[in-house]
Design a protein around this ligand. Structure first.
Ligand code: SF4
Length: 453
């Protein structure tokens, strides 16, 4: 049962010292209750209270880390069924499968694609997260050697080690113990050995059932054995079964607080079809519906990129617009005679406009005004991008010290504020720029600074 902020406050030392980076204990307690900060951020809470509060305020889907350091992959931590209720916390991990029966070329090309296929969109780096290494020969030597090869070639990848043999997994885990790989997996036949290994090497463990019911039974056993960091494979190898299992697991955990299903799931589109397009389609369905991790047979740009974009859209916090900082952004090495362009701080607008300016190769100053993440017209309609606010920003931004001219290009959609802006900035010439970002390069290439007033 989740604790309220007031219940949590009663257990805090109430020093109001701010060492948790939150000014008061009450505000801290409210944030802990909302799942926004960890109780461990307060250095004065003793271990017993930490455990009580930590358990009670933990999200219904446990947060699991695979890997170590900054490159660790985090799964779970989810608290709701639908994104609009709150937000989804940790994006579905996308991984690629390597097996000990693959030839060197197949392995090298998958590792190469894992490293190479990275994309930056709206300031976010989009890429695959995990490499799953499978002991397909049931041979500890070749398994450990492949794990070592992956560690050498892709040191930032979070690893999943897959074997039916606890002894083979142990051999491979020793090679990469510090990387805290996910051990896959405990089945009805080997659960005790796998639990002992996971405890010994302090790594998260995946459980694999023949179906959802068996997965629950094994998970309960693992929990009784004292393991907390688990990932569930329900054994589903068709899109329908996997989708149904993911939904049942999430609903049971979130609405019924059913602990044995309160862990992220791992799905294997790579084992559901041989058709790469169908595999990507299955992965897209499972990313949309609660998969903690999806494992693909290969990474190709034409299928990986849409999956990464889908994931970005689903896991973006709907209550917090993506924004860039209010600032002056020099693009293409501008000087005192370069054009000055202003737009809003909605990330998508910034990246589209800055991309077009960079593509034009025209040195320019891009002014980004804080509009609380609203796009140009919405911000104007909401009173956050009016002539008075733009004028204030221009005056305090420091752009006047960087340029010789006084000409400001405003978005075409703000044409109606030109006169008002000229009154607010009498020294400036206000020029209406294009409505569409795609027309910016041609516009800039023609641009000459207006004579000073
Ligand atoms: Fe209160 Fe602890 Fe935060 Fe200090 S660090 S304000 S005692 S919650």
């Amino acid at each position: 049962m989740a604790l309220t902020g007031i219940q949590i406050l009663k257990m805090l030392p109430k020093k109001n010292c701010g060492e948790c980076k939150i000014p008061t204990c009450l505000a801290f307690a409210m944030k802990v209750a909302a799942g926004q900060v960890e109780i461990g951020e307060c250095p004065y809470v003793d271990d017993a209270v930490k455990e009580t509060i930590g358990e009670a305020s933990a999200p219904p889907i446990r947060t699991i880390k695979i890997g170590a350091g900054d490159a660790a992959f985090t799964s779970g931590g989810e608290t709701c069924l639908f994104r609009h209720e709150k937000r989804f916390e940790n994006p579905t991990g996308i991984g690629v499968l390597l097996t000990t029966t693959m030839d060197d070329q197949a392995i090298a090309s998958r590792i190469e694609n894992f490293k190479k296929l990275q994309y930056e969109r709206v300031g976010v780096l989009l890429k695959a997260d995990l490499i799953a290494v499978k002991d397909a020969k049931n041979d500890a030597g070749s398994f450990a050697a492949l794990v070592q090869k992956v560690m050498d070639s892709a040191p930032t990848a979070s690893l999943i080690l897959m074997s039916d043999s606890a002894a083979n997994l142990s051999a491979a885990a020793k090679v990469c113990k510090d990387k805290k790989p996910l051990l896959y997996g405990a089945t009805a036949g080997n659960a005790n050995e796998m639990a002992a290994l996971a405890k010994d090497v302090a790594c998260p463990l995946a459980v694999r059932g023949k179906n959802l019911d068996e997965a629950v039974t094994i998970t309960e056993e693992m929990m009784k054995a004292g393991l907390k960091d688990l990932i569930i494979d329900t054994g589903a190898r068709t899109i329908r079964a996997a989708l149904e299992d993911n939904i049942v697991a999430r609903r049971s955990a979130v609405t019924k607080k059913y602990k044995p299903l309160g862990f992220p799931t791992i799905n294997f589109p790579c084992e559901m079809t041989e058709d790469p397009m169908m595999e990507a389609m299955i992965a897209s369905v499972l990313i949309a519906k609660y998969a903690g991790i999806v494992i693909l047979s290969d990474l190709q740009g034409d299928t990986l990129f849409p999956l990464l974009l889908e994931r970005l859209n689903i896991f973006t916090d709907p209550q917090r617009p993506m924004v860039v900082e209010e600032n002056i952004y020099p693009l293409n090495g501008p000087g005192p005679d370069s054009p000055v362009i202003i737009t809003c701080n909605f990330s998508l607008t910034y990246f589209i406009v800055s991309g077009e300016i960079e593509g034009s190769k025209v040195p320019s100053w891009l002014l980004i005004k804080d509009t609380e993440g609203l796009s140009v017209l919405t911000a104007w309609a909401a009173g956050k991008f009016g002539a008075d606010l733009i004028a204030q920003f221009i005056k305090k931004s420091g752009i006047e010290e960087k340029i010789n001219h006084r000409e400001l290009l405003i978005p075409g959609y703000l044409a109606s504020i030109k006169g008002e802006l000229e009154e607010e900035l009498p020294q400036w010439t206000i020029t209406i720029g294009p409505r569409e970002a795609g027309h910016i390069p041609a516009f800039l290439k023609e641009w000459k600074p207006a004579p000073k007033k």
